[in-house]
Design a protein around this ligand. Structure first.
Ligand SMILES: Cc1ncc(COP(=O)(O)O)c(C=O)c1O
Length: 386
């Protein structure tokens, strides 16, 4: 039998079932899922509202290329449109976050006819060659260089340097409103505002990468709405598919006809089963007031994480249900101990524990997470002779 190539660290846990905020392994152990497949299952695992929509679609049709219309896509466009701020009238369909980033870059290059993409320290935009070129971390990039030669990095959250890094050669600046993989670092309003002003002044497009922050997780449907700064294009993915693979670029109307027929494309984009799931996910977001729940439970989660009572923990940062606990030490050593206590979490950067739970997480769950975090950090305190 062949084996799967390894991409990530493996934890020796075999997941066999999921329901809303919980997963179960093959030993019958239950976990509160704050990993959610890197933020995908924000609407929960096997959410009945999404299951029902997918089940219905499975009996109708699955694979319809974008050359033809099909009801599942029409339902998606209708439902997703209700989540878009005015002026954002065009949706480019893709299958993953990294593809959405690639597509946004292609749009910016074609519109401006300029070469240079500006990104920022600690950014993460994906692992295909274009989006990898604007991803900061050497560990992801080094082995694959040379990458796209016209990428330049400015300093994240240094508003005074924005003017220098965006030039007449710049097609776009791309930024996460809250950096996910890079450490759960919220942008400052001044920084995003400076980016907006400078890209407009230099004729470059501003792209917000909302693949992780988007779709209600931060307490607004899109994180940029919390800042009151609008991009020209933004990306979304992860949670939008209700658990199935999707990536999109959303653009202002004026960029809608950028591609000639056949100039850009994707075999799987707009798959009818994915569209049915994403339409249901979009409806559910409004029906359950997901952003409001993320906002209020996010506050509870941040509080619970801050009460760890350990010398290792430094500070809690994030927005809504995207929270990071910064530590004095490397964070990955705590993922397995947390799992043993029934909490699945992620790392972000070297020293941040990241929590991306589903929106229906309860107070009781949050207390359980807080107790588990406190226990694993305090036992490491003891190990360090505290
Ligand atoms: C901000 C951001 N952009 C892009 C990506 C890439 O998404 P995908 O893994 O779906 O290609 C990620 C994934 O973590 C992300 O967090």
């Amino acid at each position: 039998m062949a084996r799967l190539a390894r991409y990530y660290r493996e934890y020796g846990i075999r997941i066999v079932k999921g329901s809303m905020q919980y997963l179960w392994d093959d030993q019958g152990r239950q976990y509160i899922d704050c990993n959610t497949n890197h933020g995908v299952a924000f609407l929960g695992h096997t959410n009945p509202y999404i299951v029902e929509a997918v089940r219905r679609q499975l009996e109708e049709v699955w694979a319809v290329p974008l050359n033809f219309a099909t009801p599942a896509r029409e339902r998606f466009v209708e439902a997703f449109s209700k989540l878009l701020p005015a002026k954002f009238g065009v949706i480019f369909l893709q299958n993953t976050g990294t593809e959405a980033v690639e597509t946004a870059i292609k749009i910016a290059k074609k519109i401006t006819r300029r070469p240079t993409i500006v990104a920022f320290t600690n950014s993460f935009h994906g692992r295909t060659m274009g989006s990898l070129s604007v991803t900061w971390n050497e560990a992801y990039r080094k082995a694959f260089e040379p990458l796209y030669p016209h990428a330049r990095f400015g300093k994240f959250n240094v508003a005074s340097e924005v003017e220098k890094v965006i030039g007449e050669d710049t097609c776009c600046a791309i930024v996460e409103p809250i950096q996910g993989e890079g450490g759960v670092n919220p942008a400052t309003p001044e920084f995003l505002k400076a980016l907006r002003e400078e890209t407009t002044r230099k004729g470059a497009l501003l792209i917000f990468d909302e693949v992780q922050t988007g779709f209600g997780r931060t307490g607004a449907i899109w994180a940029f709405q919390k800042y009151g700064v609008e991009p020209d294009l933004f990306t979304a993915g992860k949670a939008l598919g209700g658990g199935l693979p999707i990536g999109v670029v959303v653009a202002k109307e004026e960029y809608g006809d950028v591609f000639e027929p056949g100039e850009h494309g994707s075999t799987f984009a707009g798959n009818a089963v994915v569209m049915a799931a994403a339409a249901a996910a979009s409806e559910l977001l409004l029906k359950d007031d997901v952003p409001a729940r993320a906002e209020s439970m996010g506050k509870e989660l941040a509080k619970a994480l801050s009460e760890h009572g350990s010398r290792i923990g430094l500070r809690v940062k994030g927005m809504g249900l995207m929270q990071g606990l910064e530590l004095r030490v490397k964070a990955d050593q705590f993922i397995q101990p947390l799992a043993s206590m029934g909490v699945l979490a992620l790392t972000a950067g070297m020293n941040v524990l990241r929590f991306l739970p589903p929106y229906m997480i309860t107070r009781e769950d949050v207390e359980r997470i807080g107790r588990a975090v406190s226990a694993v950090l305090r036992s490491a305190d003891i190990g360090r002779g505290a």
